[in-house]
Design a protein around this ligand. Structure first.
Ligand code: SF4
Length: 792
């Protein structure tokens, strides 16, 4: 033991402390590092070959050729499983296989040669690529002890790889016939994977003849490899169970206490950042594994059996969730690659895998958790469809919910068992006692899952009721997007077109002042009280254009509230005229402008703006425009466009800077989250963004917004055009009190691929609100109630 890279007195503690004490310490380490979250990977298992050159005493996976129909699964077999996985929303294709069967069995060598492969690993590479390309499932290669070139080849198609270290003992009876279980071979593989920056899974097997000190030694070695390379993402602690037909069928199973001791010791030896996994299907009472300090359940398949332990079926996901929640923890699906690695792709992923991984992640780098089929999106150019979406999807269609899609979201609110403990409960308790949320608290709240989401939604709903009562407001308005020609190149924008000569995707247009006036008159005739003016930044505009547009509306309909011009349009107009922001805004106000939309804020974090809208106003310029507007009596709102490339830290920064301005000016009337609609946006088509926020993230953005701005901003609006009416109904129970505008002629979300139509009516708003026993109230832009039921 003296050679271990850990302190001897610590080892003595591990060997002498009572199990209860060790488990308590392990839980504390887990809770501090990972909070209440327990992850699992929804996956399919693909047993590429059950031939193996090794013969381990406990293994039922490896079979002799005579017992198998064919030596390797064919490409069709592989794809059939993977497609089933994609249809059921799995994230991962776990390739399990024997080690180097071609070196033991002629039938394997011949099959590989006949099919054009020089090794099993070569075939694995091609099958992993096939699965990735055809189904989008992320492969995890579990190919045993490999050499550098083999690991490097698989790194191009498999975002993570794994190999159980099992044990460092070289005299175990069960490994006598297994040349690949020679400890130094496995240590070399672990370290080579580190050299190649491969997110790696390893682990130990408990109860195969090794002793406690041996386990400590194996875990210390994994910890040392991780200290050097930082590449170990998870460690599996697996218990031995005897199986019929194996050499060890008469051996005793690993005793539960021994197993729990090993898990707790693993948690205490390994760096806290390494995730710790124990498979739930190998223990009858698997909840106790949480008590020993794990934070991951490993792969759970709705489709395929555990081929390594076929006699032990996976617990149903509902049961896994119940057992987890019974201990005050929450379940979250992950990818094969953990968030710490998925969110640092330059270091940990081959460039070809950056997008396939990003495409499946949520803002934290975990797996998207909306249920339904998930396929890679393949698009083709469509006919010119004027100002609408210009791409059409081909091939398999995903059925998961996205902002802008027609799919109904899963029911998150109201939650049947809302609950929270740990950090989230502490933060909300603090808020109830008058503490303001800061950036770190917001980031922590965005980790909420399952019952925690219900807990936050309920608190936000309570604050909503206390602030504005049970009215649900709406405004009768019309959007006038006066041009879609724009000199800016915001990467999320599917609306703007270049000049006609450069336009490949649609029809540029510019409304005349008469067109704009006519639309305002038409809107007034239909009862609109507001027109919202927004458009591209046309190269021919000078600052007076925006003033002329405002005057055109006001002279046609003097009573119309002109809500118009983003901080970009205002800043650009002032610059083009050589005026100060204040002078220019005063002239706009004199022309009849009454308020500004918050759009163009996108994400007020300049690192993210550099990616999604590098040439647009920066954070300070956006804030300054609204500061000046407020100072002359023009009110405005706060929007946030979320779910493209950024993470919750950026959302928190956005909230903090806007709340600071609100404290200074009091000029913001509402908070409007605008989920990114990915379908036809350039940045998604270039494979550089996520598919917008998940529905859970939408719920959280609205609920946390209500909590965060409480006492400063009274109104939180849900954007029905991006979230749909079914989603809007849930968000009205998660802190929202406003449904926004009727939006006749909404074009911008539709151009990005949203399907929710261009207009809403009072009747349709009423249908959303009626089941909640809330009162629908028409308002004007400044939240003055207009309908007779006001205040009811
Ligand atoms: S978001 Fe606005 S500024 Fe950016 S490209 Fe689109 S129309 Fe132009």
């Amino acid at each position: 033991m003296s050679s271990l890279p850990i302190d001897q007195s610590f080892v003595d503690d591990l060997l002498t402390l009572p199990l209860d004490e060790l488990m308590l310490r392990a839980r504390n380490v887990r809770d501090a590092a990972h909070g209440t979250r327990v992850t699992f990977s929804p996956k399919v298992f693909i047993p590429l070959t059950m031939l193996c050159r090794d013969k381990c005493g406990y293994c039922t996976f490896a079979q002799p050729p005579a017992r198998l129909e064919k030596p390797y699964m064919t490409a069709e077999d592989v794809l059939a499983i993977a497609r089933q996985g994609a249809r059921t929303g799995c994230q991962e294709a776990l390739f399990t296989l024997g080690e180097r069967p071609e070196e033991r069995y002629d039938i394997a060598a011949n099959w590989l040669r006949d099919n054009g492969y020089d090794s099993t690993v070569h075939y694995l590479h091609d099958m992993a690529k096939l699965v990735l390309d055809e189904t989008g499932l992320l492969p995890h290669a579990n190919a045993g002890a490999l050499y550098n070139d083999e690991l490097a080849m698989l790194r191009r198609v498999s975002p993570s790889q794994g190999m159980m270290l099992e044990s460092l003992r070289d005299d175990l009876e069960c490994h006598r016939g297994a040349p690949d279980k020679e400890p130094q071979r496995r240590i070399n593989t672990l370290c080579e994977a580190g050299e190649l920056a491969i997110p790696f899974t390893s682990g130990i097997l408990v109860g195969i003849g090794e002793e406690r000190r041996d386990r400590i030694e194996a875990l210390a070695l994994i910890a040392a490899a991780h200290a050097k390379y930082g590449h170990v993402q998870e460690v599996i602690v697996q218990n031995f169970l005897p199986k019929a037909g194996t050499a060890m069928h008469k051996a005793k199973p690993c005793p539960e206490d021994e197993y729990l001791w090993s898990i707790a010791v693993a948690r205490l030896i390994l760096p806290a950042s390494i995730h710790l996994q124990a498979p739930p299907n190998l223990s009858d009472d698997f909840g106790i594994l949480l008590d020993a300090g794990i934070d991951d359940w490993g792969g759970v398949s709705p489709v395929t059996a555990d081929h390594v332990n076929p006699e032990r079926p996976w617990p149903a996901l509902d049961r896994l969730g119940d057992v987890t929640e019974d201990r005050g923890m929450v379940l979250a699906p992950r990818l094969t690659i953990y968030p710490e690695f998925a969110t640092a792709p330059e270091k940990w992923l081959d460039p070809a895998l950056h997008f396939p991984v990003m495409d499946r992640t949520d803002a934290e780098g975990l797996g998207r958790d909306d249920p339904g089929a998930f396929w890679p999106e393949k698009v083709t150019a469509a006919d010119v469809v004027h100002d609408g979406a210009e791409v059409v999807l081909v091939g398999h269609k995903s059925t998961q919910w996205y902002s802008g899609s027609n799919v109904k979201p899963m029911m998150l609110v109201p939650h049947p068992r809302p609950a929270a403990k740990g950090r989230i409960a502490e933060i909300i308790e603090g808020h109830r006692n008058g503490q303001e949320l800061g950036e770190d608290e917001v980031v922590a709240l965005f980790t909420a899952r399952g019952p925690e989401v219900g807990y936050l939604a309920d608190y936000a709903d309570e604050l909503r009721f206390n602030t504005v009562g049970n009215n649900v407001t709406w405004v009768h308005n019309r959007n006038i997007n006066y041009t879609n020609v724009c000199t800016y190149k915001c990467k999320f924008c599917g609306f703007s077109k270049g000049p006609l000569s450069l336009n490949l995707r649609g029809t540029p247009y510019l409304l005349t002042l008469d067109d704009i006036a006519d639309r305002a008159v038409e809107a007034a005739g239909m009862g609109a009280t507001e027109v919202t003016l927004q458009g591209g930044i046309h190269p021919d505009f000078d600052g007076d254009y925006y003033i002329d547009v405002t005057k055109a509306v006001k002279s046609a309909v003097p009573d119309m509230h002109v809500h118009g011009f983003t901080a970009l349009e205002v800043t650009e107009g002032a610059n083009r005229n050589g005026e100060s922001l204040r002078e220019y805004l005063l002239r706009l106000k004199e022309a009849g402008l009454a308020s500004l939309p918050g759009t163009a804020a996108e994400i007020l974090d300049d690192d993210i703006r550099a990616i999604i809208c590098s040439d647009k106003v920066n954070t300070e310029e956006w804030l300054e425009c609204h500061r000046q507007a407020h100072s002359i009596g023009l009110h405005s709102n706060i929007t946030i466009m979320f779910g493209s490339v950024e993470h919750p830290r950026s959302w928190a920064k956005h909230m903090v800077v806007t709340r600071e301005l609100q404290k200074e000016t009091g000029g913001f009337t509402e908070f409007i989250p605008l989920p990114f609609v990915h379908m036809a946006s350039p940045i998604y088509l270039q494979r550089k963004a996520r598919r917008g926020p998940t529905f859970r993230e939408n719920v959280l953005m609205h609920a946390i917004g209500r909590i965060f701005y409480h006492g400063h901003i009274d109104n939180v609006q849900v954007s029905w055009v991006k979230i749909g009416t079914a989603g809007a109904a849930q968000l009205l129970q998660a802190g929202c009190n406003d449904l926004g505008g009727t939006l006749m002629d909404e074009n911008i979300s539709r151009a990005a691929g949203a399907n929710h139509g261009q207009m809403m009516t009072e009747g349709r708003f009423g249908e959303i609100v009626a089941p909640m026993r809330r009162t629908l109230v028409q308002r004007n832009t400044a939240y003055k109630f207009l309908s007779p039921t006001a205040g009811a």
